[in-house]
Design a binder for this molecule. Structure first.
Ligand code: UN1
Length: 493
């Protein structure tokens, strides 16, 4: 069986912990991918020390030169796209067309971040005094800890790693324990692109390492994507230690369908939003809010289409929906179905582990739809992170918006309508970081701000240039060329 290593200080190294764990293919649990380091505190310390040392030089490299390397990262991901996509599918389950999209998002991020190294705009403003100039610019911060989830094994880490490094920081990256092979691939690409030693480090291991990274005194900034449960705990530690920590957490994203919508489009939207990536996106459509005039009709059309979705190994080109990531996630799906039934929701389709033929070998769960889900039910409010869709009935447009907002999360949202007033009112009224009009809740693009309000985040935005607000500090400079003491606020008033 293949044994993998950490990537620290420009070298592939065995973990000082001398411990390893096995990772398996969720579509076929007999298929063991390999043994990966179960690193410990010493490994984290080593990686952080390497990153700290590298920072002293990396921050001095002109930003556009850093961009040249990041651009190569994009080129290499483009060259290796098909090959890495298959490795990712084997490791985390989603179909190859989706893992290719995942890598494409990293390629887009690389080219965007590289181009941004020729801007990284600060701003100048006139001074209130004569013969004085004011300017401000962004500076790198230091060692950045990156902690991510399994569902976008290349794209989501790229959102953090590439802009952080482009801005002159160095990185210690801990991928999810469910996708260590993708973490290894990331390091291979960075190494080939010519990232200087210590600028990028990958330490493989399990969840406990999140604390080690956040608590390490030399880690100055943390970029986290994962569950609300874990994120809030890391946020507490980060807050206590006065660290900047960007949290990208759960969602309970609604798609509203109004009677004037293009029904076929709305159906395709919810099928993709709810069951794409097996519902395992923080942006997944987990609530469908249908206007009462089309409620029954829309549910039956949706049930018909959803029951035809083809489950299977993501390596099979026919597959539309892959497995969930592990047994615990399968159990969460089962548990939420029980909860929903007990609370009085109506099961329309699905609700069980899928075990036909080869599906029995993996963690497959039937695409599931519950109707008549009301505001107080747990399935309405809590994130399942699986192919389980809650459908609620809205009495009016206003009620639909109320329902959309009646949860603690606020990442993505969508409305299908051809009424321009409803569309614009929804943009204003829905409490979420992202709103789609006539498009599903998933599908964010690399160059636009990404993040959520309420329980989803803590005010940061990845994507676009907003991500540089996470990974840079401002330096403000006043240059006085009057050759005399000019006292601001005093001598000029
Ligand atoms: C995530 O689920 O953590 O918008 C990210 C989307 C993708 C990214 C999802 N581009 O659905």
């Amino acid at each position: 069986m293949e044994r993998f290593k950490n990537y620290i200080n420009g070298e592939w190294v065995e973990p000082k912990s001398d411990k390893y764990f096995k990772n398996i293919n969720p579509a076929n649990i007999e298929d063991v991918i390999g043994e990966f380091p179960e690193s410990g505190q010493e490994d984290v310390n080593y990686a952080v020390a390497a990153a700290k040392e590298a920072f002293a030089e990396w921050k001095k490299v002109p930003a556009p030169k850093r961009g040249d390397i990041i651009r190569k990262v994009g080129d290499i991901f483009a060259r290796r796209k098909d090959e890495i996509a298959k490795i990712m599918t084997r490791e985390m389950g989603k179909p190859v067309f989706e893992t290719k999209g995942d890598i494409q998002e990293a390629i887009d991020t690389a080219y965007y971040a590289a181009s941004e190294t020729r801007r990284l705009f600060g701003y100048n403003a006139p001074s209130e005094l004569s013969n004085k100039m004011n300017m401000s610019f962004r500076t790198p911060i230091g060692v950045v800890g990156v902690i991510t989830a399994f569902n976008f094994p290349i794209a989501v880490p790229s959102w953090k790693i590439l802009p952080a490094i482009a801005a002159g920081n160095t990185v210690v990256y801990k991928p999810s324990k469910d996708v260590p092979h993708a973490g290894v691939m990331f390091a291979e690409v960075m190494e080939e692109a010519g990232i200087p030693k210590g600028v990028f480090n990958v330490v493989l291991g399990k969840g406990y390492m999140g604390n080690m990274i956040v608590e390490h005194p030399d880690v100055k900034v943390i970029g986290f994507t994962g569950s609300t449960n874990v994120g809030v705990k890391l946020g507490e530690i980060g807050g206590r230690l006065n660290k900047r920590i960007s949290l990208e957490m759960g969602g309970k994203n609604p798609q509203i369908v109004m009677p004037d919508a293009n029904m076929e489009l709305a159906l395709d939207g919810v099928l993709w939003g709810a069951f794409g990536t097996t519902g395992q996106r923080c942006t997944a459509t987990s609530r469908l809010i249908i206007h009462k005039d089309i409620y029954d009709e829309f549910i039956s059309m949706l049930a018909n289409k959803a029951s035809q979705l083809k489950l299977g190994s993501g390596l099979d080109p026919q597959t539309q929906v892959g497995p969930v990531i592990h047994e615990a996630q399968l159990n969460t799906c089962i548990e939420y179905c029980d909860i929903a039934l007990n609370e009085g929701a109506r099961l329309v389709i699905g609700g069980h582990r899928a075990t036909n033929g080869d599906l029995a070998k993996g963690y497959f769960f039937e695409p599931t739809i519950f109707a008549d889900v009301t505001e107080n039910m747990r399935l309405f409010k809590e994130e399942v992170f699986g192919p389980v869709l809650a459908v609620a009935k809205a009495e009016s447009f206003e009620h639909a918006i109320e329902l959309a907002n009646a949860v603690d999360y606020g990442l993505s949202s969508s409305i299908y309508t051809r009424n321009v007033n409803y569309a614009f009112q929804a943009i204003n009224a829905i409490e979420s970081g992202i709103t789609y009009i006539n498009a599903p809740t998933i599908g964010a693009e690399a160059h636009m701000p990404f993040g959520g309000v309420k329980g989803t985040g803590n005010g940061h935005r990845e994507g676009g240039w907003t991500v540089f607000d996470i990974f840079t500090e401002w330096k403000t400079v006043y240059i006085d060329f009057s050759d005399k003491l000019q006292r601001a606020q005093i001598d000029n008033y």
